[in-house]
Design a protein around this ligand. Structure first.
Ligand code: SAH
Length: 220
């Protein structure tokens, strides 16, 4: 899926290049991912009052106690998810404002994204349509159960943290597929990669990160 940028007010190229350079300095090496970060209009995913910070490498509030992920985190998770090759079908847990969704959509053929807070999902849908990403499938549900009717997925990415990876997510991972999720307590977590090989799950613990919690149930 290509992102449509025509008609969208782009903030200055220099501001975006500065962000990309920062991410490079912070260890992001996949140039395809850096290009996607450069091309994805992050200012359209946050409220106007915060737009001047859109290309800073920080998380920002998006309402309902949630945040838009930090660009470094989005880049790192995307880089990890596609490291073994382009996934065909991807499941994202935690659509939030839709920013990570818009980046991910550029690296897979089909993207399914679950969000538990309805107003966030509604706003994300509008933005994704505006960017020409209407093909992303969105569901209002508790992502802890995955998206069974569409499983298996060759990529699963969760943008919220829990002490343990939900069993449903592991069982919905395709053979040869990869899951990326922050695992740990409320204050700090470890970005964790799980590769499935038949009945075996190979786990790698990578970077220290800080995410909002992976909660239970839905909010209207
Ligand atoms: N990548 C998003 C990050 C949003 S923060 C962005 O860039 O905006 C994480 C999101 O996960 C929040 O919107 C939160 O509501 C959502 N979330 C938390 N627990 C969830 C669950 N069980 N199912 C679905 N979404 C969940």
């Amino acid at each position: 899926m290509d992102i449509q940028l025509s008609g969208i007010g782009m903030t200055s190229a220099r501001t975006r290049d500065r962000l990309v350079q920062r991410l490079r300095d912070a260890g992001i090496i996949d140039e395809r991912v850096l290009d996607a970060i450069r091309n994805t209009p992050r200012h359209l995913f946050i409220e106007e009052a915060l737009a001047h910070q859109a290309y800073d490498d920080t998380a920002l509030p998006i309402g309902h106690g949630q945040t838009i992920s930090q660009p470094w985190v989005v880049a790192r998770m995307t880089e990890l998810l596609i490291a073994n090759g382009r996934p065909t079908k991807v499941l994202e847990i935690g659509t939030g404002c839709g920013y990570q969704t818009a980046v991910l959509a550029q690296f897979c053929d089909a993207l399914y994204s679950v969000e538990r807070i309805r107003p966030l999902q509604d706003q994300a849908r509008k933005r994704l349509i505006k960017l020409g990403l209407a093909r992303v499938q969105l569901k209002h549900a508790d992502g802890g159960f995955g998206w069974k009717s569409e499983a298996p997925f060759d990529g699963i990415l969760a943008a919220c943290a829990r002490a343990e990876i939900p069993d449903d997510l592991l069982s919905q991972l395709a053979d040869g597929g990869r899951l990326v999720m922050p695992v740990g307590g409320d204050r700090q977590q470890i970005l964790t990669v799980v590769d499935r090989d038949g009945d075996k799950f190979h786990v790698q613990s990578l970077d220290a990160v800080r995410f909002v919690p992976f909660q239970r149930g839905v909010m209207r």
